[in-house]
Design a protein around this ligand. Sequence first.
Ligand code: GRF
Length: 205
Amino acid sequence: MNLAFFASHGGSNMQAILDACSDGRLSAKPVLLICNNPDAQAIKRAQQFGMPTVVINARTHPDAQERTRTILHALRTYRVELVVLAGYMKRIPPAVIQAYPNRILNIHPALLPDFGGKGMYGMRVHEAVIAAGAKESGPTVHLVNEQYDDGSILAQIRIAVQKEDTPESLAERVLREEHRIYWQTIDKIIKGEITLPDVNTTVKH
Ligand code: GRF
């Protein structure tokens, strides 16, 4: 299964999946990184893996429609079958979601449907979890639709929030679980243990 990643910053989630592919735990083929930020560490990680990267942003493509066309063109050129959002801070254009229905995954650092939605990203998520006094948190892998953090939930790992947790300490423990759950969920999709809706619909190239 050909994987494309979208990332904006560190790309540690992408790295965990690349590692799983390299050492044979995951039988998928990472083929492309789409990145909006030319300084992202994710680009260096992709280069090290030998995966092509395309930088697409409002500077490289000022026209929004042209940006969308370029994204779609890249995904089709590399015959992408599954899109993996890994810390991508831009909105995925609706035309891309429509072109890859139920074929776009995202990981969120809290137990959706709680602590998700517009503006809920990064440390804000963990701050909100702690402020709410939640007893548990953990990553959610879900399908992407046109609303933020709203698509079907595919997998979650629950961990306890400790009394002494700060947003930073919680973020660190959740991230450790993210690095496990993301490749494992992709593995289950590939093995048919998780069935994506419309999985038999062939993506048109
Ligand atoms: C992760 O916390 C993920 O849940 C969220 O963005 C962050 C990305 O981290 N969607 P990284 O770039 O993979 O290190």
